[in-house]
Write a protein that binds this ligand. Structure first.
Ligand code: FAD
Length: 558
């Protein structure tokens, strides 16, 4: 058997190593157009930011070590320029010599990844404008920053990589501006979660500009001038373009392989393309999303690596293992905060016409009496029909990763919020509370489903009529420090003795800091005959973040 793999980083390297483990005697050839194989592209921003100091640590394997360990013929700086599926050959271009040659295969695996989008804007080729995808880009950026003594950087695009780069530039002492065309950062998360992170980014002195697009670049004496669609021009020493990637389907298209609706390489459940002898994995493929059923492209290292393994099993053993799709679990560090997402965000559920309820909860990362406990927000979306968990977004300072991974597992296994209620965790004061924040999120969701708790959301406050009562149940000092306009204050512990002040026939909208006290008041009022009582999901804290961010957008629009 002779196997060829195109692309030698995440998906490709994983597939190659597995192929060898399953078939010691096969001939395996690995083509990589870059200089390096199996390197840690997820670590590149941290190498630029000097968090990772030793460049060698980025290389999980070298061509020599991979060859030695796996007996695989690794051909770096060699680009596969064509595939002839009828002859079962690839054409390869040895970049150092210019030699073009053919190589035959029995089975071919494509893992060419994705390429950064560089829109054809005026001046895009100016010196000092970078994209970040591989080690070569990294070396360029790092030496540019060091040699030119860069003081100011503009990051265009506030996705995962853009934010990681903004943080790393900032930590190097650069003055950083982020330009984002959308109305929020991190497109996969919902606005309230993004708003919390946006406020955090601003608190670090980063100039975060939303709802504004770049119209062109020009080289100036001071560096690069970036023209914006609001008429402004801002100047920086360098620009990092991080506005997204697109699947590299060039080889697949030229070979006549089927391309799907999301413009990725189409594969079946065995990761086999429309040609049975060619498989494909990673950023270049599209696959049905397990929640929406819609075909989508996942640009994440975890799925690429796991697909590489599954694909190799199918190549060697004959379509024995199905791939079930990715729920796009992703996490990013943004300065001191961490934000993670799994499943389908509420806005995307809405767009896909999937019925859902959203709930926001806020709890300590661990018990408050043990040092360094910090609040963590969990937003979940679940089905009103059977409680199936559809998405989770977690943002906070400590322990976000473990909560995200727990929630992600439940989503992936089609678990419900009822399953989550019984989620059992290891508890000791430094790690959690006897009821973990994940449990708390499910308790609130269950209360909503059982109609014990009715919630309203931060953006529904504007719908309140003059006859409605907005009731703040926090302590007086909290109320005095900041409140929602029009609210009356009766602290939770005084509610029972002051019921007479709350008219029974009116609609009562309650809020507290995070949601818990509001829920307690709601239970008291409901059991005292109040007709309509609703509690602000995520409380005053979440409302404050969302309002700060939406007001800022409104001011800019005016
Ligand atoms: P890649 O790993 O990109 O490998 C594709 C390889 O194919 C490339 O080396 C390319 O040179 C080669 N190639 C393409 N065409 C040819 C050809 N014709 N001939 C020969 N070789 C070819 N994901 C996460 O989950 N978490 C993170 O924290 C994270 N951080 C990231 C940070 C950065 C800066 C970047 C760039 C990506 C990050 N990602 C992260 C995304 C993750 O790296 C990708 O999802 C993953 O590497 C995709 O694997 P792949 O095998 O499809 O493609």
């Amino acid at each position: 058997m002779k196997y060829i793999i195109v692309g030698a980083v995440a998906g490709g390297a994983s597939a190659a190593a597995r192929l060898r483990r399953l078939n010691e005697h096969a001939e395996i050839i690995f083509f990589e157009k870059g200089e390096y194989i199996s390197y840690a592209n997820c670590g590149l921003p941290y190498y630029i930011g000097d968090v990772i100091k030793d460049r060698h640590k980025l290389f999980v394997q070298t061509a020599t070590s991979f060859n030695k360990r796996f007996n695989i013929d690794v051909r770096t700086t060699t680009e596969v320029t064509g595939i002839d599926p009828s002859k079962k050959t690839v054409t390869a271009l040895e970049q150092t010599t210019g030699r073009l040659y053919e190589e035959s295969y029995d089975k071919l695996i494509l893992s060419p990844g994705a390429e950064p989008i560089r829109p054809p804007l005026p001046g895009i080729a100016s010196e000092g404008i970078f994209t970040l995808r591989n080690v070569k880009d990294t070396d360029y950026i790092k030496s540019f920053v060091q040699q030119k003594h860069i003081k100011k950087a503009i990051v265009i695009g506030a996705g995962f990589i853009g934010l990681e780069m903004a943080e790393n530039f900032h930590d190097l002492g650069l003055d950083v501006t982020i330009i984002e065309m959308g109305n929020q950062i991190l497109a996969p998360v919902d606005f309230p979660v993004a708003a919390i992170v946006q406020q955090h980014i601003r608190s670090k002195g980063v100039d975060l500009r939303l709802n504004v697009a770049v119209t062109g670049f020009s080289k100036s004496k001071k560096g690069v001038d970036v023209a914006l669609n609001n008429g402004e021009t801002i100047t920086a020493d360098m620009v990092l373009l991080s506005i997204g990637v697109r699947p590299d389907t060039r080889l697949a298209v030229a070979a006549g392989l089927k391309i799907g609706n999301a413009r990725g390489i189409w594969v079946n459940e065995f990761l086999q393309t429309s040609n049975p002898d060619i498989y494909a994995v990673g950023d270049a493929i599209e696959f049905g999303n397990p929640i929406t059923g819609q075909s989508m492209i996942t640009y994440l290292a975890g799925p690429a690596n796991k697909q590489g393994r599954i694909c190799a099993n199918n190549v060697v053993l004959g379509n024995v293992q199905k791939y079930h799709g990715s729920i796009n679990t992703a996490i990013v560090k943004v300065f001191d905060m961490t934000v993670g997402t799994a499943g389908t965000a509420a806005k995307h559920l809405k767009a896909a016409n999937i019925n859902h309820i959203v709930s926001n909860t806020q709890n300590g990362s661990h018990v408050g009496y043990y040092p360094n406990s910090k609040q963590m927000n969990i937003q979940i979306a679940f089905s009103p029909d059977d409680g199936r968990l559809l998405s989770a977004q977690v943002v906070g300072y400590y322990g976000v990763d473990k909560r995200l991974d727990v929630l992600s597992s439940y989503i992936k296994q089609k678990g419900t919020i009822y399953d989550l209620i019984e989620f059992e965790h290891g508890y000791a004061p430094p790690y959690s509370s006897a009821k973990d924040p994940v449990n708390m999120a499910s308790f609130v969701a269950e209360n909503i489903l059982l109609n014990r708790l009715k919630v309203f959301y931060w953006n529904e406050l504007e719908n309140l009529g003059p006859a409605d009562i907005l009731l703040d149940v926090r302590r007086i000092d909290e109320f005095d420090a900041g409140k929602i306009h029009g609210a009356i204050n009766i602290p939770l512990d005084e509610i029972r003795s002051r019921l007479g002040e709350i008219p029974k026939e009116k609609n009562i909208y309650i809020y507290c800091e995070a949601g818990l006290r509001g829920y307690l008041v709601q239970r008291i009022l409901k059991q005292n005959g109040y007709r309509y009582v609703s509690n602000l999901s995520g409380g005053y804290n979440l409302w404050k973040n969302c309002m700060a961010e939406s007001r800022r957008a409104m001011v800019l629009q005016d």
